[in-house]
Each structure stands twice: as structure tokens, then as C-alpha cells.
Write a protein that binds this ligand. Structure first.
Ligand code: NAI
Ligand code: MG
Length: 362
């Protein structure tokens, strides 16, 4: 069967980075990979075309695809558009309608970049961890969520942390399954010492482990201690699983162990389809539309290309090809190719297309 990819390049450097992935897809198709691609509009470019951050027709295509490749959205041009149709609304709609509850953020330190990092080399060299963040529940969505006027000159801001058993079970399941394809070790982080949802999180992860994944090593860590350990000695981790809020913070901390925003890929996965077993999925770089460098041909395409590698791995089980692509990125960095954001002394500074071409040649 054809492998259906839906491309949403978006705004700013999104299309520039996506162009490098399109070259890769074309070359892979020549070799018989069988990708069928279609492309739509999202974010500011969609708003300019038809007044919505994503059209219904494009939403249908996203829902029908095996995987969505997303560039980036936003920019100063759309700062004043109405809230419901702001560029980010397109991404939020995709996450919601595709029910993407699991956000995967790898933190990999490429050997060639370890030496020029401002962090201790022995701490980050060879780092390869994966943070699995719950994306659709927790304090970002729990009700009540409001600001109440207390009438005495005081107000009260309320957010509510809510997790049900099924939400914890399914995110834990994703973490354990991914650990089996890696180093077979999951660390679950919560704050059971002060939060009831943390107590439940710990219980459900433990029960899920016992019922279905006892071959995987499981550790529990309080999330604040986990943050400290992530900075002190990150190589102790393989897969970290945590709720939406802790995952947001811990994945940003982990990201900065590895260098530039321009290097960081991500994946968001949904539940497996009852009939086909396939998960809905969206792959995107962590960075935004970078208006400050957009249109100059200098953006780093590695985050987008590495996101495509994740797509090959998780949506199409093309493990050999994913490994090969990731090794090509590493090899090109070894040879000294650098975009401006990761440039250091004595290296070869190149633009977006040259970096993409170098990776493709490898
Ligand atoms: P940003 O990630 O776009 O840029 C932050 C800084 O990193 C900038 O100096 C930029 O030039 C640099 N940078 C980012 N990606 C790079 C790459 N691939 N190569 C080289 N340098 C890179 O974040 P910022 O500036 O906070 O937001 C800009 C716009 O992007 C805003 O409209 C924001 O709302 C949107 N945004 C969109 C996201 C998405 O589409 N998922 C995520 C984050 C921000
Ligand atoms: Mg964040």
C-alpha cells in the first residue's frame, strides 16, 4: 500500500526546511519507497489564503494520511489576527482532532557538536534519551480553569491537574513500547509526595508495567529531582515518561543539553487504530518559524530532516532507513558542515540547501 504523507510546511522557515525533506522523499521514491505526498496550508499562510489557520479540506487530508509532516507557523505579520484563527490554532486543531496524546522529544548529542558545547563534554557526549510527554491532559486542560474575582481587591487564578486511569495507561504504554526498541529502561516522573494525581500516576504506571511490560526496567523519580538529574548526569536515562506540565519543562531542559533549536525533532502520536493498528502521527521540528532569518536560505534544516527520520521509524517501521538518515546527519556534522546557528571556529558554514544536499549525498 502507498505510504500517505501530508505535508504542511507553514510559515517562515517552515517551507525552507520542508524543501529539504521533499528532496529526500523524491530520491527515496526513485528508489521505490512508494511515498504518496500531498501538501496543504497551515498557520499564517492558510489565514492569508482563506481566513482559517487550517481549512476543513486540509484537516480531512491530515486525518486520512499515514503521517503529517509539519514545518512551523506564525510570525509578526499575523500578530494582530483574531485569536481563534491565529497561526498556532492550526497546530492545536491538528493535535486535538488527530488525538495526539503522546509527544516524543528525543535529546541526542551528536559527537561533532559535543566538543564545541558550553556544557561539560563528558556529561553530554553520546547522549541519546527520549522524553515522552502526555500532551492532551493534565493542568493545561483540566477544569475548573478560571480567574475568579474575590471582591476584596483580590483575584484567584485556578488551574486543575486532572488525570484519569486510561490517560496514564496509554502514555505509559507508549513509553514502554518505545523503550523496548531502545535500551529497555523507563523512568516515570511525577510528584506523588505532594500531588494526588502524582500518586495515581505512580500507581497506574506501576500496574501497567506489571501487567504488560515487566521485561522493561522501570524506575520512579520525583520530577524535581529528575530535573536535577537530567542536568547532572543525563546519560542515566533512556526513556522518561511524565505528564504534560513536567514534560513541557523537562523536555526544554533536555533540549538545551544538545545544542541549537535548529537540531531538535519531535513526534506526536495518537492511539493505534482498532482495525489497522496504525497510530495517527504528526512530525515537526521543535523550533518555530524564525522570522528573524526567514527567506534568507540560512535556516538549519536538521530538525525537520530528523523529524522525517522519526516518521520513517515510527509511522512506517523503516528502521534501516531512519538509522541511515540519522547517521548521515551525524556524518555531515563530523565533516564540519554547519549552518549559522551551530557554527563554530574552523567549521564550514553552509546554507539550508547545502546542508540538505550534503545529508542527502551521504
Ligand atoms: P523560533 O524557534 O522561531 O526562533 C527562536 C530563535 O532560534 C530565533 O533566533 C531563530 O532564528 C532561531 N532558530 C529557530 N529555528 C532555527 C533553525 N532551524 N535554524 C536556525 N536558527 C533557528 O521561536 P520564536 O522566535 O519564539 O517564535 C517565532 C514565531 O514562531 C512566533 O510567531 C511563534 O509563535 C512561532 N512558533 C511556532 C512554533 C510551531 O510552529 N510549532 C513553535 C514555536 C514558536
Ligand atoms: Mg515548552
Amino acid at each position: 500500500a502507498a505510504k500517505k504523507l501530508f505535508l504542511l510546511p507553514g510559515d517562515g522557515i517552515g517551507p525552507e526546511a520542508m524543501a529539504e525533506v521533499k528532496k529526500l522523499i523524491a530520491v527515496m521514491n526513485k528508489a521505490g519507497a512508494g511515498f504518496e505526498t500531498d501538501e496543504g496550508l497551515v498557520g499564517g499562510s492558510a489565514y492569508d489564503a482563506h481566513g482559517q489557520a487550517i481549512s476543513e479540506a486540509d484537516m480531512e487530508k491530515a486525518l486520512a494520511a499515514d503521517a503529517v509532516l509539519f514545518g512551523a507557523v506564525g510570525g509578526p505579520k499575523w500578530d494582530a489576527v483574531p485569536y481563534e484563527v491565529r497561526p498556532e490554532a492550526g497546530l492545536l486543531r491538528l493535535r486535538k482532532d488527530l488525538e495526539l496524546f503522546a509527544n516524543l522529544r528525543p535529546a541526542i548529542c551528536y559527537p561533532a557538536l559535543a566538543a564545541s558545547s558550553s556544557l561539560k563534554q563528558e556529561v553530554i557526549e553520546g547522549l541519546d534519551i527520549l522524553i515522552v510527554r502526555e500532551l492532551t491532559g493534565g493542568v493545561y486542560f483540566g477544569e475548573p480553569k478560571q480567574i475568579i474575582d474575590l471582591g476584596n481587591g483580590q483575584k484567584r487564578g485556578i488551574d486543575t491537574q486532572v488525570y484519569d486511569t486510561f490517560e496514564i495507561e496509554r502514555i505509559a504504554g507508549v513509553a514502554f513500547e518505545l523503550a523496548r526498541t531502545r535500551n529497555n529502561h523507563v523512568t516515570s516522573m511525577e510528584k506523588r509526595n505532594v500531588m494526588k494525581s502524582g500518586v495515581l500516576w505512580n500507581e497506574v504506571v506501576t500496574a501497567t508495567h506489571k501487567a504488560k511490560y515487566s521485561d522493561v526496567k522501570l524506575d520512579h523519580m520525583l520530577a524535581d529531582a529528575g530535573g536535577m538529574q537530567l542536568v547532572r548526569w543525563p546519560k542515566q536515562f533512556d526513556v522518561i515518561v511524565c505528564d504534560n506540565l513536567f514534560g513541557d519543562m523537562l523536555s526544554d531542559v533536555a533540549a538545551m543539553l544538545t545544542g541549537s533549536l535548529g537540531m531538535l525533532p519531535s513526534a506526536s502520536l495518537g492511539a493505534p487504530d482498532a482495525k489497522t493498528g496504525k497510530r495517527k502521527a504528526l512530525y515537526e521540528p521543535v523550533h518555530g518559524s524564525a522570522p528573524d532569518i526567514a527567506g534568507k536560505g540560512i535556516a538549519n534544516p536538521i530538525a525537520m530532516i530528523a523529524s522525517f527520520a522519526m516518521c520513517l521509524r515510527y509511522s512506517f517501521n523503516m528502521v534501516v532507513e531512519a538509522d541511515r538518515l540519522e547517521k548521515a546527519i551525524s556524518a555531515v556534522l563530523d565533516e564540519g558542515y554547519r549552518t549559522g546557528d551551530i557554527m563554530s571556529e574552523g567549521m564550514k558554514q553552509v546554507g539550508t540547501a547545502e546542508m540538505g544536499d550534503a545529508i542527502m549525498a551521504k
